[in-house]
Design a protein around this ligand. Structure first.
Ligand SMILES: [Zn+2]
Length: 466
C-alpha cells in the first residue's frame, strides 16, 4: 500500500537534483535468479479486487517445494489464499523473524506505456504492476529464505515466510483473517519485516538515509447515507437525500483542522533533521515551534501536512442518475486517517455531530490506537546493522497504512522497510502507471534482505553488504 503521493515530503527533495543514480547504474546483462522469479510473478495478475491470489501462492509454493521446503496454504472463507513456510532452528524456542509481503496488487489503471502484466525488461528495468509494491520485496525475502536452506546456514532462530492476500483492500481476508483464525502462526514472532519503509536518495544518487517505518496513521473508513422523498426535479425539495448529504458534508468540511506534533512524528523528523541541509534541517529540528494548532508557521514540503492532522477526505459521491429526477437515497465514502494516538470514538462522535442526524454513518474499516514498534530489539538490530553499512538508519512515521497495523495492535513489533534505493521516476509507478524496478537495484535489495535475515537468525552473523 502506501501510494507514492504519501512519499511526497521527501520525494520532492529527491527531485530537486538530476536523474537518480543508483537506479541508473549499469544493468546486469542477464537476469539473476531473483529477477527471473520476479518476472514470472509479475505475469500473474493479482489485481484486487478480486485478488485471485491462489495462483501467486501456488507459484511461490512451487519454488519452495523445489528447494525441499514445506508450505501451508491458508484459504479464507471468501477463497482468498495466503502462503506460509517456516525454517525452524534447533533450540530457538520458536523465536522467529516473520518475512511478510502481500501478493495482491492495485488495478493497473490507465497511462501505461507497456503491458502491465507482461514482466517486460526495458532500460535495465523490470516493468509491471507490483514491481515495487509489493512483489519485489516478496521475491527478495524468498531469495533470502531459500538461500538459508541451500547453503545450510546454521540457524539460531526461526525464519517464517508469509505471503498474504488482500492487503490492498485493508487486509481483512489476509493478515486480519489469519490473526483471528490462525493465531498460532504468529507465536514466538519477535518482529515482522514488511513493506512501508523507504530510502532517501539525493539528487546525485547517494543514499542519504534508510527509513524503517515504526508507526503509521490509522484508517477510519466511513459510509455516509441519507434518505429523502424522491420525485420530479422541477419540485422544491430541500429535504432531498442529495441536499441533506451535501449540507451535512459541507458542515463537516468547514470544521477547522487541528494540527499537532505526535511523538512518532517528532522522533522521525528529529532523526532525519541532521541528515539534511538548511533550510529543511532547521524546520525539521524545530518542528514543535513550526506546527501550531491552526497550522504551520513555515513552508512545509508537499505532503508533510499529513503527519500532523487527522484528515477527512470525501472520496466517493453517489446520488441520482438523471438531471430531472430527485433520488431518494444518496451516499458518500469518507477516507479518514487518524494520528496514531487519536481517540477514534471521540473523533467519530465529532464527525456524526457535524454531519447531523439526517446522515447515517457506517464504519467500514477502523483500527485501534497502537504504540510504535521499538527502535530496538533483535529484529530492529538486524535491520539497522544490515542497512547502516550504506547509510544512516532512522525510524519513520508514515501517513499511509499497511498490514503492520495488525501486528502492532497485538504488541508484535512490525517494521516497514524497502531494501531498494529507488528515486525519481522509479518511485512514481507505485499505485500509478509504468511501475518498474531497476534490475541492478533489485539484486542489491535481495542481498540486503539476505543480510538482515542472516544477522537475525544465523548462528554466525555475516557481514552486511554495501
Ligand atoms: Zn503494498
Amino acid at each position: 500500500m502506501i501510494p507514492r503521493r504519501l512519499y511526497a515530503p521527501f520525494l520532492a527533495l529527491a527531485l530537486l537534483g538530476p536523474a537518480p543514480a543508483p537506479a541508473d547504474a549499469p544493468a546486469p546483462t542477464r537476469l539473476s535468479e531473483a529477477a527471473l522469479w520476479l518476472q514470472q510473478y509479475l505475469r500473474i495478475d493479482t489485481t484486487n479486487p478480486p485478488g485471485r491470489e491462489q495462483r501467486a501462492a501456488a507459484f511461490l509454493a512451487g519454488i519452495l517445494h523445489r528447494e525441499g521446503i514445506n508450505t501451508r496454504t491458508l484459504v479464507s472463507p471468501q477463497g482468498r489464499t495466503s502462503l506460509w513456510a517456516r525454517l525452524a532452528a534447533p533450540g530457538s524456542n520458536g523465536r522467529a523473524i516473520l518475512l511478510l509481503h502481500h501478493t495482491d496488487v492495485v488495478p493497473a489503471g490507465p497511462g501505461w506505456t507497456v503491458p502491465p502484466f507482461a514482466g517486460l525488461v526495458r532500460d535495465g528495468r523490470l516493468w509491471g504492476r507490483g514491481a515495487v509494491d509489493d512483489k519485489s520485496l516478496g521475491i527478495a525475502q524468498l531469495a533470502a529464505f531459500v538461500s538459508l536452506k541451500r547453503r545450510k546456514v546454521p540457524l539460531a532462530r526461526d525464519v517464517i515466510y508469509l505471503a498474504v492476500a488482500d492487503e490492498e483492500n485493508g487486509g481483512g481476508q489476509g493478515v486480519g483473517w489469519l490473526m483471528q483464525q490462525h493465531p498460532n502462526l504468529f507465536k514466538g514472532v519477535e518482529g515482522v519485516v514488511g513493506e512501508g519503509g523507504r530510502a532517501q536518495v539525493s539528487g546525485d544518487g547517494r543514499i542519504l538515509w534508510w527509513g524503517i517505518e515504526v508507526a503509521q496513521k490509522r484508517p477510519l473508513w466511513l459510509r455516509v447515507t441519507t434518505f429523502g422523498r424522491g420525485g420530479h426535479g422541477s419540485g422544491l425539495n430541500p429535504e432531498s437525500a442529495n441536499h441533506q448529504l451535501v449540507t451535512g458534508l459541507a458542515r463537516l468540511l468547514a470544521k477547522p483542522v487541528r494540527w499537532r506534533v505526535t511523538p512518532p512524528a517528532r522522533d522521525y523528523l528529529h532523526a532525519i533533521a541532521p541528515l539534511h541541509t538548511d533550510p529543511l534541517r532547521k524546520t525539521l529540528s524545530r518542528i514543535d515551534q513550526v506546527i501550531t494548532p491552526t497550522g504551520p508557521k513555515e513552508f512545509l514540503l508537499p505532503g508533510m501536512a499529513n503527519l500532523f492532522v487527522n484528515s477527512v477526505q470525501v472520496t466517493v459521491l453517489d446520488g441520482g442518475e438523471k438531471i430531472n429526477v430527485i433520488p431518494d437515497r444518496a451516499q458518500a465514502l469518507l477516507d479518514v486517517r487518524l494520528l496514531p494516538d487519536t481517540d477514534s470514538t471521540i473523533f467519530l462522535a465529532e464527525i456524526r455531530k457535524a454531519l447531523g442526524d439526517a446522515c447515517q454513518v457506517e464504519v467500514l474499516v477502523t483500527s485501534p490506537p497502537a504504540a510504535p514498534s521499538p527502535a530496538a530489539g533483535p529484529v530492529w538490530d538486524a535491520l539497522s546493522r544490515a542497512l547502516a553499512t550504506s547509510a544512516p538508519v532512522v525510524p519513520t512515521f508514515v501517513p499511509g497504512f499497511t498490514d503492520s497495523r495488525y501486528f502492532r495492535e497485538r504488541r508484535i513489533a512490525a517494521y516497514g522497510i524497502t531494501p531498494f534505493a529507488l528515486a525519481g521516476e522509479d518511485l512514481r509507478g507505485i499505485h500509478g502507471p509504468d511501475e518498474r524496478i531497476p534490475l541492478a537495484e533489485l539484486d542489491r535489495g535481495v542481498e540486503r534482505v539476505r543480510q538482515v535475515v542472516e544477522l537475525y537468525a544465523g548462528r554466525k552473523a555475516g557481514t552486511a553488504v554495501r
